[in-house]
Design a protein around this ligand. Structure first.
Ligand code: F6R
Length: 603
């Protein structure tokens, strides 16, 4: 989704902005632009397409020591240069970049800007025209005009504003959309994502919703919208520059799939001490006190919630309900007496989940966020946080975060079960079982060539495909089908194997690929085998991914068995590789699928 980077100070702003925008590419975008100021000289350059296209348009005259840049993921108005940010006020004195959605932009246009002609269709252009008008016509200072505009504007935003009459200052503000300050020696930065600043600094300062920040090369002043100063400490982030590189890998997705055994081992060391599982006592207590756990998430993270549901219920003895975050925004079920909301989010910034968290906070419902990003919005605003320790996930298609989410929930379930004296928890040696999971993943990763070959005949030219499974395999089927469709553009459904014959089997015809998942239980496996026969009899091209022990000689991909609570982790890995190779074979960009954004910061 849209990204912002800004810098002011003693550095080459064009270089820093362009490198920052390149680091923001992974979030998904369709156009980009930069505004660079050098004293009283300014350059504004925009381009549709990749950052490389923008770079090719930059002349040597685009130079200076302050500037703002933006990657845009279209919401209002199609991807076009005229809609790309930065946008400028009527007189071009003010220049603005924006992430988010201004909900009352039509009303603002009608009430304040009826006589203004705008170049494009974006809500952002309306915001910068409004600021310009407040300065020009009401005689307000920049700060007063920005403040007043912020009180008029409704919706989600992260803004970075520059004034041509003072190119030494960047004004920023945020509400619901992420934005951070980066602190340097003789320069300061603003950015929607720490990853775009990590080359320059690892010292950051948070901005909270409805705060306005004035950033110069050697000062950062945080204020509320009334003008009161807010004291805020900075912090040092534990990000490593090498974590965000691709190394020798052709794609981030493959690197991240390969990192999964390491992530499992990192989680073991993060959540254990002296061979005992350790989770913060307050978090354990919050689960113990709840009479129902509500897991709220989107996409892959939602699927991880399903994959952990049975284990959580068995070990905590508490019912677990799942909610799609975007639905819960307006349609929340009747809650139990003592609910605990668990938000699962790789980025910690998903707007759909956040709107549910805001409501939970208003209702006084305790919450736990399980996220990969310390200090993210969902982490800051929830009562408790557990981290995924997966390292930055850059590929749009989530892989290592999904498996880390299930493993982290396993630590939570085990810690609560141990504290409760739950018999099933006693029998579940999580540290040992997770190390077997790491080995099982390694064994699957060693079969990449085999998997690539199997996929070749199956998915290279199909339009549709199915994943089927029962129990936990059904939940993996949901995730596996999302992975395949989001990057290979094959329309793929993840189906409960037994449900197929109740309607969807009518779609099975000669050559339709059906990938069956079989793990954990002999009796369930026998039923899935029956469903395989049914689709094969109707011409389906079947590929079987099965745990050794349940495997038949003719099965295609065999997975080293793990504890049934954790089977979703080991079973999903071959399906991640299936999606990866199918996409490569179809000649598509694995890391940057069309229309998608890594961090979905609008509702
Ligand atoms: C798919 C994928 C998405 C995200 C979803 C939620 O590969 O990554 O479905 O899982 O957008 O994002 P987070 O987990 O950041 O809340």
């Amino acid at each position: 989704m849209c990204g912002i980077v800004g810098v002011v100070g003693n550095r080459n702003a064009t270089d820093i902005l362009m490198q920052g925008l390149e680091k923001l590419e992974y979030r998904g975008y369709d156009s980009a632009g930069v505004y660079v100021a050098n004293g009283d000289k300014f350059s504004l350059v925009k381009s549709v397409g990749r950052i490389a296209d923008l770079r090719s348009k930059l002349g040597i005259d685009v130079a200076g020591t302050a500037g703002i840049g933006h990657t845009r993921w279209a919401t209002h108005g199609k991807p076009a240069e005229v809609n790309a940010h930065p946008h400028q006020s009527a007189t071009k004195r003010f220049t603005l970049v924006h992430n988010g959605v201004i909900e009352n932009f039509a009303e603002i246009k009608e009430e304040y800007l009826a006589d203004h002609s705008l170049l494009g269709q974006t809500d952002t252009e309306i915001a910068v025209h409004l600021i310009g008008k407040l300065v020009d016509e009401e005689g307000l200072s920049v700060l007063e005009a920005f403040r007043k505009a912020l009180l008029i504007i409704e919706g989600s935003y992260a803004f970075a504003l520059m004034d041509a009459q003072d190119s030494e200052t960047i004004y920023v503000a945020k509400n619901k959309s992420p934005l951070l300050i980066g602190l340097g020696d003789g320069y300061n930065m603003v950015c929607s994502d720490a990853m775009a600043m990590i080359r320059e600094t690892n010292e950051y300062m948070e901005i909270h919703d409805k705060e306005l920040v004035i950033v110069t090369k050697d000062s950062v002043s945080v204020q509320d919208y009334v003008g009161n100063t807010i004291e805020r400490d900075s912090y040092i982030a534990e990000l490593d520059l090498s974590d965000i590189g691709k190394g020798t890998y052709p794609y981030y997705m493959l690197k991240e799939i390969d990192e999964q055994p390491t992530v499992m081992r990192k989680l073991i060391s993060a959540y254990s001490e002296d061979s005992q599982v350790i989770v913060e006592p307050d978090i354990v207590k919050a689960v113990q006190e709840a009479d129902r756990l509500y897991i709220i998430a989107a996409g892959t993270s939602y699927h991880a919630g399903f994959a952990a549901k049975n284990m959580l219920e068995a070990l905590t003895n508490t019912p677990v309900e799942l909610g799609i975050a975007s639905e819960w925004g307006y349609s929340q079920p009747l809650l139990s007496q003592k609910p605990l909301f668990i938000f699962i989010s790789q980025s910690g910034e998903t707007a759909d989940s956040r709107q549910v968290l805001v409501r939970a906070n208003q209702m006084g419902i305790p919450s736990l966020t399980i996220t990969n990003v310390p200090g993210s919005t969902l982490s800051r605003e929830a009562t408790h946080t557990m981290l995924l320790h997966a390292g930055p996930e850059i590929a749009v298609a989530s892989t290592k975060a999904y498996t880390a989410q299930i493993a982290t929930l396993a630590f939570l379930a085990k810690a609560v079960g141990d504290a409760d004296g739950n018999e099933k928890a006693k029998d579940f040696d999580l540290l040992h079982e997770l190390s077997i999971v790491a080995q099982s993943i390694e064994a699957s990763l060693a079969e990449k060539d085999v998997i690539a070959k199997k996929v070749e005949g199956l998915l290279a030219s199909t339009r549709t495909a199915f994943y089927i499974g029962r129990g936990n395999d059904y939940y993996v089927a949901m995730e596996a089908s999302l992975k395949l469709k989001e990057i290979s553009y094959i329309q793929c459904e993840g189906f409960a194997a037994g449900e197929l014959k109740h309607g969807t089997i009518s779609l099975i015809e000669d050559g339709v690929p059906v990938i069956a998942l079989i793990s954990s239980d002999q009796a369930i496996a026998a039923h899935t085998r029956g469903n395989i026969q049914e689709v094969a009899a109707r011409g389906a091209n079947v590929l079987v991914i099965v745990e050794e022990g349940l495997a038949r000689e003719t099965d295609d991909i065999k997975v080293v068995p793990v504890h049934p609570y954790l089977s979703a982790i080991s079973m999903v890995v071959p399906t991640q590789l299936v999606a990866y190779y199918a996409t490569l074979q179809r000649g598509l960009d694995v890391d940057k699928p069309r229309n998608l954004a890594k961090s979905v910061t609008v509702e």
